[in-house]
Design a binder for this molecule. Structure first.
Ligand SMILES: NC(=O)c1ccc[n+]([C@@H]2O[C@H](COP(=O)([O-])OP(=O)(O)OC[C@H]3O[C@@H](n4cnc5c(N)ncnc54)[C@H](OP(=O)(O)O)[C@@H]3O)[C@@H](O)[C@H]2O)c1
Length: 255
């Protein structure tokens, strides 16, 4: 399989690293020359990477074409490309829906949208795709796991979920800072929280569908410390702040 990327930035670097580290998932990887530094780094790291002459060179030479540019330049870049009829195209461009992409492409292609996350570099990324597509799902399954969305609404909701990453680290950061301010060495706080949160996520993954409410109840001993934090969080507007933030992201995605 030859896979090509138009837009060689952070997410392309993560995908190419995942694709070519360990047993390679592609024979050839073609990257567009922008950004020159990232393209050069990838080409030096992986012999299978070739830096294309330009964006069209990428589109012409690959079986799967990944569009990985920022939304601001998407229309200009996509409209300027010629696509082969039926070509497999994966768009990871945020906030740019299928209908608009299809219109800019101006050709019948096999178009899938995807939300890869930086963890694909270590083959540990969960990637939402829409619509379901066997070939694209297999690629992302090899880079971690894939969730195939049956509807655009489901896909948009997972895009909202992916906006929780910075807040997750934010909660860790604020808790670490608080612990450190109370006298715990910064590293101890950080290591403890990272291990604690990893165990909590593992508990969900291993729980065979036990509801999160049930798990929350299991970990909140009646009258205990966990219950106290949960009650305080809800009482002081934590849930409202979270729900409002999620609603605002959904509105933005649907704009
Ligand atoms: N980063 C993530 O975790 C992530 C996850 C999922 C989806 N996405 C989406 O993926 C897309 C790329 O994100 P990113 O984080 O990789 O952004 P990025 O690091 O800014 O990469 C975008 C790349 O596009 C290049 N570019 C600009 N104009 C171009 C043109 N006319 N032709 C070809 N390439 C051009 C830029 O080159 P220069 O540096 O030379 O300008 C840059 O290297 C965005 O739509 C983003 O929303 C990102």
């Amino acid at each position: 399989m030859r896979i090509g990327f138009v837009g060689t930035g952070a997410i392309t670097e993560a995908m190419v690293t995942g694709i070519l580290s360990g047993t390679p998932l592609a024979r050839d990887v073609l990257v567009s020359p922008r950004n020159a530094e990232v393209a050069d780094r990838l080409a030096r790291m992986f012999p299978a990477v070739r830096i294309a002459a330009d964006n069209q060179d990428v589109a012409d030479a690959c079986d799967i074409l990944v569009l990985a540019i920022r939304p601001q330049v998407a229309e200009e870049v996509v409209k300027s490309l010629r696509f082969a009829p039926g070509q497999t195209v994966v768009s990871v461009i945020a906030a740019t829906d299928r209908d608009r992409l299809q219109e800019w492409i101006g050709q019948e292609v096999d178009l899938t949208q995807a939300i890869p996350l930086p963890f694909v570099a270590n083959r540990e990324g969960v990637t939402a795709i829409y619509p379901p597509n066997f070939e694209v799902a297999s690629l992302f399954a090899s880079l971690g796991t894939t969730v195939q969305c049956a509807t655009r609404e489901e896909y948009d909701l997972l895009a909202v979920a992916s906006a929780m990453m910075a807040t997750y680290f934010g909660i860790m950061d604020r808790t670490t800072n608080w612990l450190a301010a109370k006298g715990l060495p910064d590293n101890s706080a950080r290591d403890y929280l990272a291990a604690l949160f990893a165990s909590l996520s593992q508990t969900v993954l291993r729980s065979n569908g036990t509801s999160l409410k049930e798990l929350s109840g299991e970990f909140a001993t009646k009258g205990g410390l966990n219950e106290q934090v949960l009650v305080d969080f809800e009482r002081n507007g934590g849930v409202t702040a979270l729900t409002d933030a999620l609603e605002a992201v959904l509105r933005r995605i649907k704009e």
